[in-house]
Design a protein around this ligand. Structure first.
Ligand SMILES: *Cc1c(COP(=O)(O)O)cnc(C)c1O
Length: 401
């Protein structure tokens, strides 16, 4: 699928979209939203098989199996993620559950970053472990030796994020890929936090990469979706079976259209997200009312060197620890005009989120303490607004503490 030519910025704007004709002689520059659930076939063909239908030749049968708008998006996702195969899912969560399901069987073992996205952690424990007998060892993957020490004969999957949420911890993907290889385990990476413009895990040795397209890839906070990309033909076949037949978990045409449109500006947005985030991080770090700023682009980040090695930009998410109590944090947040209090990230608009009472509130106090999620911690998704407006807003917040 990925016979792409051109730079990332070029592929992001047009790749996959051309040649998706709604009717003979009509050459849309932007792919239309194909809402049809089913497609008329020319005649009864005793040799026809669903397996050999070629969407790229305009052969469609039923939209759960393939759809022209989704097909265009999947081509672009493959090109941008550096994969031969890509599939678009109804959510990031759907992409993750499918990616994991295609890699494990009952009795298998998983090694995962202890700092994983909360939903994925619950999925691994409450669904895969309690229902399917697939156990997970959660480790501090900042230390590659901990990953190696957790590996077992029956380890079938290594699942990582880098950077993590909300403390922006990194793992060394190339080193972990080598460990996974030794055990013939599938190495999967959830690359949602930074996206494919700045970091491409498949090129660092991952077997599969997933994104919640809800975040940077769509980028406009108006669609829930997920993406999976891989270069492994056999694994791709299993994932495709699970998506289409085992689970029925695909992105709807309108969301595929929105995501195609969002992707056109991904490079522009990411450059702006990153420069704004760097400015916000440096501004906050210099203030005495701030006890810590977590952002891989800061030289004070303990893994700044690794970040520079495996990312071409540091992304738009950071977290900050304010030197105050819960009431002080509430005053800070209430004083902000340009940072609504909301979960999610990666949209053009800036958002602020309080992990202890929002995304990480299902955790016990002990688990939050263990992970370092204090009451003073705020996660900021820095948008693409003017830097000066963001900095003066944060200064108002700090004064209100
Ligand atoms: C948001 C998010 C998900 C889940 O994606 P949905 O689209 O909400 O299902 C998974 N992983 C990470 C890192 C996320 O930020």
């Amino acid at each position: 699928m990925n016979d792409s030519v051109g730079h990332f910025e070029t592929l992001a704007v047009t790749y996959g979209e051309r040649g998706q004709r709604p009717a003979e002689g009509v050459e849309d520059v932007a792919v239309p939203v194909h809402l049809a659930s089913t497609y008329a076939v020319p005649d009864i063909d005793p040799d026809a098989s669903l397996e050999t239908l070629d969407p790229d030749a305009g052969e469609f049968f039923y939209s759960r199996l393939s759809n022209p708008t989704r097909n265009a998006l999947e081509h672009r996702l493959a090109a941008l993620c550096g994969g031969d195969h890509a599939l678009a899912f109804a959510s990031g969560t759907a992409a993750i559950v499918t990616a994991i399901s295609a890699a494990v069987e009952p009795g298998d073992h998983v090694v995962a970053f202890e700092d994983l996205y909360g939903g994925t952690k619950s999925m691994l424990t409450r669904f895969f472990e309690e229902r399917l007998g697939v156990t997970t060892s959660f480790v501090d993957a900042r230390d590659t030796d901990e990953v190696a020490a957790a590996m077992r004969e029956e380890t079938a999957l290594v699942w990582m994020e880098s950077p993590t949420n909300p403390l922006l911890r990194l793992c060394d993907m190339e080193a972990i890929a080598a460990i996974a290889d030794e055990y013939d385990a599938t190495f999967g990476v959830d690359n949602t936090f930074v996206g494919p413009y700045f970091q491409r895990p498949l090129e660092l040795g991952a077997d599969v990469v997933v994104h919640s397209t809800t975040k940077y890839l769509n980028g406009h906070s108006d669609s829930i979706g997920g993406a999976l990309a891989t270069n492994d033909d056999v694994y791709a076949e299993e994932v495709t079976f699970l998506q289409r037949v085992g689970m029925g978990n695909m992105l709807a045409p309108f969301d595929a259209y929105l995501t195609l449109r969002g992707l056109k500006t991904l490079p522009l947005r990411m450059d702006k997200h990153a420069s704004n985030a760097q400015a916000v991080a440096e501004f906050l770090e210099a203030d005495s009312r701030v006890s810590a700023v977590h952002y891989p682009g800061l030289e004070s980040h303990p893994q700044h060197e690794l970040a520079t090695r495996q990312m071409s930009g540091y992304g738009g998410v950071l977290s900050v620890e304010l030197d105050t109590d819960l009431d002080g944090v509430a005053r800070f947040v209430a004083a902000l005009d340009h940072f609504p209090l909301a979960v999610s990230l990666g949209g053009v608009e800036s958002l602020v989120e309080h992990p202890a009472t929002m995304t990480h509130s299902p955790l016990t106090q002990a688990d939050r303490d263990f992970l370092g999620i204090t009451d003073g911690l705020l996660r900021i998704s820095v948008g693409v607004e003017h830097e000066d407006d963001l900095l003066s807003d944060l200064a108002r917040g700090l004064d209100a503490i």
